[in-house]
Design a protein around this ligand. Structure first.
Ligand code: ZN
Length: 183
């Protein structure tokens, strides 16, 4: 049972560039219905978004590891259109050209917002399991004073190396997060 006041969902980076664009995660479109099904159960909704300036240090052109993605204000940075009616509190990350931010807690006030709203349980889903979801969950376990859950049927992995996603789930579990499937 979801408590509408003290339970929150955090949807990580379900943006066009990670779904169908320059950094598309395999299977990303398949999780959208599951994400929506979960989101509908919560009143407390947080949506993180990678939101980079054009010359962000994580881009190949600047010597970083990734192709240009989620440039602020472009279609690639927008949430998938299916999510439009559901988007809650926005958490923008990676906005400083000099610093990358895989975690939704990195350089944002998410921890303070969760505390101020009296959130006791945080349910995390989105993209990608082995990067921003993992970093967010590990930070949540360290910075959020409550229970952390990972919604296994509403995440998808890049799997640059086969098994990265499974390893990430193990790391999140080791850090104290509870993996759950449809509940
Ligand atoms: Zn990024």
């Amino acid at each position: 049972m979801i408590n509408k006041e003290t339970d929150a969902i955090l949807v990580v980076d379900l943006q066009n560039d990670f779904i169908t664009g320059s950094l598309a995660v395999p299977g990303a479109e398949d999780i959208l219905p599951d994400v929506i099904e979960y989101v509908e159960r919560f009143d407390q909704r947080f949506f993180s978004a990678d939101f980079h300036p054009e010359d962000h240090s994580s881009f190949v052109e600047q010597g970083g590891p990734w192709p240009s993605h989620c440039v602020a204000g472009t279609d690639g940075s927008s949430f998938h259109k299916m999510l439009g009616p559901y988007v809650g509190q926005l958490i923008l990350k990676g906005t400083d050209p000099k610093f990358d931010a895989y975690s939704a807690f990195s350089g944002t006030n998410l921890a303070e917002q969760l505390k101020d709203k009296g959130i006791e349980r945080l349910f995390i889903c989105g993209l990608a399991t082995d990067y921003c979801v993992k970093a967010t969950v590990l930070d949540a376990c360290a910075l959020f004073n409550g229970e952390v859950f990972v919604l296994l049927d509403a995440i998808a992995a890049v799997d640059v190396n086969p098994g990265d996603g499974a390893t990430a789930i193990q790391e999140m579990t080791d850090a104290g997060a509870t993996p759950v499937v449809t509940f």
